[in-house]
Design a protein around this ligand. Structure first.
Ligand SMILES: Nc1ncnc2c1ncn2[C@@H]1O[C@H](COP(=O)(O)OP(=O)(O)O)[C@@H](O)[C@H]1O
Ligand SMILES: [Mg+2]
Length: 256
């Protein structure tokens, strides 16, 4: 099990533009952390830094686990799947498994795959082409692929965006079940404050150069701070490339 995720003074710049500046965060194991903040704040950059896909200019990320290297599951923000992609859900999920010595799956790997598909209720989709699944089914398949190695840490980048409320709840209930059953630690980026209230234990609020962590109530009930954070990003003209001004709408809705 994960013992600790510690992020110390993280700094990431792209082409001389500072995206993350002195970001520090202590993550307790077996908890769900929502990451909220306006588009362009650096939320996806943070997850990619934890994954080691981005190398920070300064700072460190310490992931420590009992007796082994931690396994990280990741569902990226956007994943373009061609409608005609000729891969069925079962094979797609199995891509998340680390191949063993043989080029074919062992009996154990097949069993684990089957168990994960039951767990995520994707077993009935097993033979369907991924490109033909509904949005909610597709996200569950992505989640199953991220969970199939039983990760210690699960990173979800707007995994419930664009899903209807039922599909959102279904997805987050699965994540919660994984937390309760195996103690996985979750960082999830989310613009929907109702989902955050329902599922997060803690919040990291991010905007350029300003970060605040706290329990759900202390962050979401501080409406003056939220307005300030989300409004200033509008004033600075940060690009809203992730589905218009959804973050702003969430704030104004919850701040009434
Ligand atoms: N690989 C990259 N190269 C250059 N700029 C990037 C790269 N990745 C992200 N950025 C920029 O960093 C900023 C933060 O991006 P991102 O982390 O995706 O924000 P968020 O997920 O909070 O919306 C954006 O301005 C984005 O254009
Ligand atoms: Mg993002």
């Amino acid at each position: 099990m994960l013992r600790r995720v510690q992020i110390n003074d993280l700094q990431v710049s792209f082409n001389g533009e500072e995206i993350l500046k002195d970001l520090s965060l202590d993550v307790s194991p077996g908890q769900m952390y929502a990451i909220i903040g306006p588009n362009g704040a650096g939320k996806s950059t943070l997850l990619k830094s934890i994954l080691g896909l981005i190398h920070p200019q300064h700072g460190e990320i310490v992931l420590s686990c009992d007796q082994k290297k931690p396994v990280i599951g990741y569902v990226p923000q956007s994943r373009v799947i061609d409608d005609d992609m000729p891969i069925c859900a079962r094979d797609f999920i199995s891509l998340g498994q680390v191949s063993s010595f043989f080029p074919w799956p062992s009996r154990r790997e097949k069993r684990i795959l089957h168990e994960m598909m039951i767990f995520t209720d994707t077993d009935r989709l097993a033979k369907k082409p991924v490109g033909k699944l509904s949005g909610g089914e597709r996200q569950r398949v992505f989640l199953a692929q991220a969970l199939v190695r039983h990760p210690d840490l699960l990173l979800l980048d707007e995994s419930t965006a664009n899903l209807d409320p039922d599909a959102q709840t279904r997805m987050m209930e699965l994540v919660k079940k994984a937390v309760h059953e195996w103690g996985v630690t979750v960082l999830f980026i989310c613009h929907d404050f109702q989902m955050v209230r329902a599922y997060a234990d803690h919040i990291l609020l991010m905007t350029r150069g300003y970060y605040k962590t706290g329990d759900v109530q202390s962050i979401l009930d501080d409406q003056a701070m939220l307005k300030n954070v989300f409004q200033s990003s509008f004033d600075e003209g940060v690009t809203h490339h992730e589905g218009s001004a959804s973050s702003g709408l969430s704030v104004s809705a919850s701040s009434r």
